[in-house]
Design a protein around this ligand. Sequence first.
Ligand code: CP3
Length: 350
Amino acid sequence: MSHEIGAPQKRLIRALKGEVLDQAPIWLMRQAGRYLPEYKKTRAQAGSFLNLCYTPELAEEVTLQPIRRYGFDASILFSDILVIPDGLGQKVSFVEGEGPVLEPITRVEELAKLDLTRVVPHLAPVYETVRRLRKSLPAETTLIGFAGAPWTVATYMVGGKGSPDQGATKAWAYRAPDEFQKLIDLLVEATILHLGAQVKAGAEVLQIFDTWAGSLPELPFRRFALEPMKRIVAALKAQFPDISIIGFPRGAGSMAVDYFRETGINGLSLDTGVAPAWARRELQSLGCVQGNLDPLLLVAGGPEMRRGIEHILRELGQGPFIFNLGHGIVPQTPPDHVAELVDIVRGWRG
Ligand code: CP3
């Protein structure tokens, strides 16, 4: 939704529109989660993980927990990328200690079981959470909605769980690319509907997570990661001209340049492996970059964490920039280290 006329834009949105701020806005991927004792409490109350995602009061509560502690510049809706397959009618569950489990879809005939018209009605509680958050968040905090990118969501739908090499999905994509494309096309449509509904409910910025983009070589990367993203961004910007979109093509390496240039996104989230000086030269001229402290430096804390943070700020702080991690916070992170990180970023004068 566009900001009110005359109201100053929020800091995160200004950075995404290309402004260089004197202090980098900061939020962290997976800022709500198991490293916080208050999250574990609400999570236990919810019973299952999906029940937490689909109970607006509880999802609102866990979204707000890291904002109360750290006052981040942005709040990311608490949900998951796998609510889309769940909404399409593929059975999804989260097994303690094992991660997500889905009934795998491996043949084009099985796509008939998926129902695009079910997505938005099934995910109504998620949009209700967004509406509540827009009322309960501090006025200066940006609300980020999100979805998984089609390729990454497909890897869970086809593999039936997380896998180290996305082998089952690549096997289908390489053996019968035109059939696999039908799954990607369905996910493009589902993602547009799901993100559009989040914007209508009050999400101000969108992030699209392509966690497994880096497992694809250039040609399939273009077909199954870059092109679908381009279609999603074009459709959302046609409906909501003011919306800012961040892409996270994790592990894309040098292909991140074309991804940034061609998809129409406003911001690119850098993974841990991207050298900040390379990102400054090759990516920051195209728009805002976000990143990219190693989440394990945040676990370690101390002087190595400080060195890592200052290195990123020195290299990227002179252009449009949002401080974040290179991937999500891990459960063993001490909450005090997060407070220290925020202090260092807020105290930085470049
Ligand atoms: O704070 C936030 O960032 C918002 C919520 C959020 C979650 N998942 C909550 C969650 C977001 C943005 C995600 C994205 C997500 N989910 C991705 C893309 C980003 C990434 O980390 O690469 C992926 C690949 C998933 C799929 C997923 N969800 C997996 C593989 C797992 C199990 C692994 C794990 O960490 O346990 C989940 C579960 C999940 N999603 C948890 C949380 C807080 C932990 C489950 C729990 O609390 O029981």
